[in-house]
Ligand binder design. Structure first.
Ligand SMILES: Cc1cc2nc3c(=O)[nH]c(=O)nc-3n(C[C@H](O)[C@H](O)[C@H](O)COP(=O)(O)OP(=O)(O)OC[C@H]3O[C@@H](n4cnc5c(N)ncnc54)[C@H](O)[C@@H]3O)c2cc1C
Length: 404
């Protein structure tokens, strides 16, 4: 590949332009207004029903699990098509996919599951009927995930699980969980971990909400007391779950750069600044704000081009190593920068009281979006923590790139 390879031109072939138009038309004609409005306001209260509804609409077109192999109902799209699809979804203010099923468990089951397990697991994800959550983190095991202690003791044809998982997103409405459980403590901590899938409605499971600083309920603590899991619900070999976890987490880290989402946020921020009066004109005319807005847009453009270079450069996305860590760190920093500017834009109208939005919906001050800005600002602190915290990603970069 020559040094002058133009990644943007690469995405502007006649076929890809036609594909982009098809995706754009489909979303425009099929995305329900009330769901689009929630995403456009960066509201954090998309419900299970909202997510399932949108997934089923995409699936009616065969686009519900686009990255899966064609044999399992995927699209067989090129990297370029997948990239364009993700971009159009974000720019149209459509919800993200139900990532725990389509982006994590599905690909892991395809890679490591038996034929019988694939037949049992994949159709529910593809149809959107079965909602999954991820049970990896524990109260004392986050960054150092391999130290996890929730035990699964083998008893004939079942495991008996005791312990607790924490920060379980969607655990309060998920049908099933995939997770990592300790089945042996005698060797290195990465050994003796087993990957199990389980029914969230069986006796012995208690889900306790964790209300985050923005007032939202998306994460939970899940307690297990003598929970029985059939052996056939184990993915991969007993004690060999770390291998599956590494495979699954590799996919998770890349998605969190969220460049397309930031492009949508940036566009909204510029529109917002054009509507807010400031001095004699509008906020966007304020020299200081306009300068910082331009700096943020430049950072975002640089990130976009870096992502394209990584994805479509030599080796493509399959060759991504520490590059995924760089994208994750920069991607979350740009998200935060945009939200800081949004907070500044709505100024005193930003809600410091992040209580019930519906209850307070009748008395918003200032531009309508102001009601949601502070909530999104506080909520998005999470992106520097989950999917491997930014400090951990920097450790990876220091080791793999800088050789420190
Ligand atoms: C909103 C949200 C949703 C989540 N959803 C899920 C989910 O669905 N399922 C799930 O399993 N988990 C989930 N998580 C958990 C997430 O993966 C962990 O929070 C994350 O891995 C960090 O672990 P921890 O919270 O235990 O922090 P710790 O690992 O205790 O880290 C605390 C601080 O120390 C720093 N630190 C730790 N080790 C090092 C080191 N070696 N070098 C430098 N700095 C270090 C970290 O960067 C962090 O700043 C979620 C978290 C959040 C915030």
């Amino acid at each position: 590949m020559s040094a002058s390879f133009d990644v943007r031109q690469h995405l502007e072939t006649r076929e890809l332009c036609a594909f982009r138009a098809e995706v754009r038309d489909f979303i425009r004609s099929n995305l329900p207004d009330e769901i689009r409005a929630k995403v456009a306001e960066e509201r954090m209260d998309l419900t299970r029903e909202d997510m399932q509804r949108w997934h089923k609409i995409l699936q009616s077109k065969g686009w519900g699990c686009p990255s899966w192999p064609v044999a399992h109902g995927g699209t067989g799209w090129s990297d370029e098509q997948s990239y364009i699809f993700e971009r159009e979804i974000a720019l149209a203010d459509a919800p993200r996919p139900m990532v725990f099923g389509t982006g994590m468990l599905g690909p892991t089951a395809i890679e490591y599951g038996t034929e019988e397990q694939k037949e049992r697991i994949l159709p529910g994800i593809a149809s959107g009927d079965v909602v999954w959550c991820q049970g990896f983190s524990e109260p004392n095991s986050g960054s150092d995930l391999a130290s996890l202690q929730t035990r699964a003791v083998r008893d004939g044809e079942r495991y008996v699980v005791n312990g607790s998982k924490i920060w379980t997103s969607d655990g309060h409405f998920a049908d099933r969980m995939f997770g990592l459980f300790r089945t042996d403590s005698s060797g290195r901590k990465q050994q003796g971990i087993t990957f199990l899938t389980l029914d969230m409605k069986v006796p012995g499971i208690t889900v306790t909400p964790i209300i985050t600083f923005d007032g939202g309920h998306e994460v939970n603590q899940v307690f297990f007391e003598d929970v029985e899991v059939p052996v056939e619900d184990r993915l991969g070999e007993e004690h060999d779950g770390w291998k599956l976890a590494k495979y699954l987490l590799g996919m998770e880290r890349f998605g969190t750069a969220e460049v397309s989402r930031s492009m949508a946020s940036c566009k909204r921020l510029r529109e917002l600044a054009c509507r807010i009066p400031a001095g004699e004109g509008m906020l966007i005319d304020d020299r200081d704000f306009a300068r910082r807005m331009a700096e943020a847009e430049t950072e975002l453009r640089a990130l976009e081009l870096t992502e394209m270079r990584f994805l479509f450069g030599p080796g493509g996305a399959d060759a991504l190593g520490a590059e995924a860590s760089m994208l994750k760190v920069r991607g979350t920093e740009v998200q935060h920068l945009l939200l800081e500017l949004a907070m500044e834009a709505v100024a005193h109208h930003a809600r410091v009281d992040v209580g019930d939005l519906e209850e307070n919906a009748g008395c918003p001050a200032g531009p309508g979006e102001a009601r949601y800005v502070s909530r999104a600002y506080f909520n998005f602190r999470k992106t520097a923590i989950y999917s491997g915290s930014n400090e951990i990603q920097k450790n990876i970069i220091a080791k793999a790139v800088l050789g420190l």
